[in-house]
Design a protein around this ligand. Structure first.
Ligand code: SAM
Length: 195
């Protein structure tokens, strides 16, 4: 079973695609490979074949998923340019053609262009003062609320059958129109379908 305190050998090997300071952030900020693979399997079974990671960091979810599902297109949107650059470099050194990274705030892209969504508690950094990724961006509780409401509203407008996976989420962004169809024993990984 997944234990957040222990980094698996798979993650240690995966993290070699990144420089050391990015590897050090891995256990807390990037999806473990086993979680990314489970999430990708659920999302890949949904309608359509475009999966978006909202806040894609250095691209672990997209890259791990894309390796398993070459016919599915994985997209990641990331606000930090440095992380976006590391994601692109990792993708290119592996040579994956079905991963696409976007450097932007997720509120600036058309969420209707995607079919299913992955969300690793990306907005929590605004209300958690511990272990921040960096100090390059402004954090605030009002940003947490703004982003959360924005995503809630966008997800609510999605068609029936839209799939969502949340990891370590407070669920503030999950509208009641989504039914939880699976959760991990430790309750951190949840899979949802729009009704
Ligand atoms: C917990 S990390 C998860 C990274 C990746 N999804 C993964 O699973 O490995 C959350 C990421 O979301 C990004 N993020 C937070 N708010 C964002 C926003 N409004 N638009 C785009 N990216 C955002 C952060 O910069 C951070 O890299």
């Amino acid at each position: 079973m997944y234990n957040p305190r222990i980094k698996s050998l798979t993650d240690t090997l995966f993290d070699l695609y990144y420089p050391e300071h990015i590897q050090r952030l891995s256990r807390r900020h990037w999806s473990p490979v086993v979680i990314a693979e489970k999430a990708a399997a659920f999302l890949a079974e949904g309608q359509g074949n475009r999966i978006l990671d909202i806040g894609s960091g250095v691209g672990k979810f997209c890259i791990a998923g894309a390796q398993l599902f070459p016919d599915v297109q994985f997209y990641g949107v990331e606000q930090r340019e440095t992380l976006y650059n590391f994601a692109v470099a990792a993708r290119d050194s592996i040579g994956l053609k079905n991963v696409h990274f976007i450097h932007d705030n997720f509120t600036h892209i058309d969420l209707d262009a995607y079919d299913n969504f992955y969300f690793y508690n990306s907005f929590f950094e605004n209300i958690d003062e511990q272990d921040r990724i960096d100090h390059e961006i402004a954090y605030s509780a009002s940003l947490y609320t703004y982003y959360t409401r924005y995503l809630y509203s966008a997800l609510d407008k999605r068609p029936r059958g839209t799939r969502l996976v949340t990891f370590h989420s407070l669920e503030d962004e999950v509208p009641p129109s989504y039914r939880m169809v699976h959760r991990s024993d430790d309750l951190v990984l949840k899979m949802w379908i729009r009704q």
